[in-house]
Design a protein around this ligand. Structure first.
Ligand code: GLP
Length: 247
């Protein structure tokens, strides 16, 4: 079985990690006539998007030619709910740069037939051919909302969120009882179709997940371990997140 160790960058701190991830995105966007970005949400990405916004504002980095695809979206939130990832990404990034709102795509969680919407989104993402996919990692090793046990062959689908993920995300809602229980997520195979995967991990609470992903067995118990089956992955970690990697 393929086991490709990702390029690992241990940044000086969280701001440096964000700057390094932003630099990779910038290089891709400046070098492509029609860049296709894979966008992640989560608090880890705040600094990355802030750094990209700064490059847009201060260094002429334009996203006007880009299209973008979100990794996942909650099911069950009202269309106007501020925690809908489509809104979150507008607030964090797309609405702060010259990325056209119509160029940012998210799974259609309001569709009558969710399975049909998943299949269509999966097709669209693959057809678009994501050049750089930003990724965070869950405390349980999840990628997007591919929870432990997800098949490495999985495609875009409706998933139940694990208790760990619901607890982690409860801070964005009025507590665990109101946090969504389902989402549509790109599958692991969908994510791995991107050309370059850039995973950012910050903080000691991500150290064990990162160790399991990079040093443990390649196994569905740790969804992010699937990254070792992709030829072009860059992992950017701050020192607390990298603490268990033995480097
Ligand atoms: C959510 C997202 C993931 C993200 C994870 C980590 O579950 N679906 O894509 O990687 O949160 O979030 P944070 O960066 O806030 O730790």
């Amino acid at each position: 079985m393929t086991d490709v160790q990702p390029a690992l960058l241990v940044a000086a701190d969280a701001a440096d990690a964000a700057a390094r991830a932003a630099a990779l995105v910038e290089g891709y966007v400046r070098g492509s006539p029609a860049p296709v970005l894979g966008l992640a949400t989560g608090s880890t990405m705040i600094g990355v998007y802030d750094a990209l916004v700064a490059r847009h504002r201060d260094a002429g980095l334009s996203f006007a030619a880009c299209t973008a695809y979100l990794l996942d979206e909650y099911v069950g939130l009202g269309a106007d709910h501020p925690q809908r990832y489509a809104h979150v990404i507008t607030e964090m990034f797309a609405g702060r740069v010259d990325l056209d709102a119509g160029a940012v795509h998210a799974p259609r969680v309001d569709a009558v037939d969710l399975n049909c919407a998943c299949a269509a989104y999966d097709h669209d993402v693959r057809h678009a051919a994501v050049g750089v996919q930003l990724l965070g990692i869950g405390r349980n090793g999840h990628l997007a909302f591919n929870e432990p046990g997800a098949s490495f062959d999985s495609r875009t689908r409706v998933v139940e969120l694990s208790a760990t993920t619901r607890a982690d995300n409860a801070r964005f809602f009025d507590g665990p009882a109101t946090a969504p229980t389902r989402a549509i997520t790109q599958g692991l195979a969908t994510i791995l179709a991107a050309h370059h995967l850039v995973l950012v991990a910050l903080g000691a609470h991500k150290a064990e997940a990162l160790r399991a992903a990079l040093r443990g067995p390649i196994h569905t118990a740790t969804p992010a371990s699937v990254l070792r089956r992709h030829p072009r992955v860059t992992v950017i970690a701050d020192p607390p997140a990298a603490a268990l990697l033995g480097c």
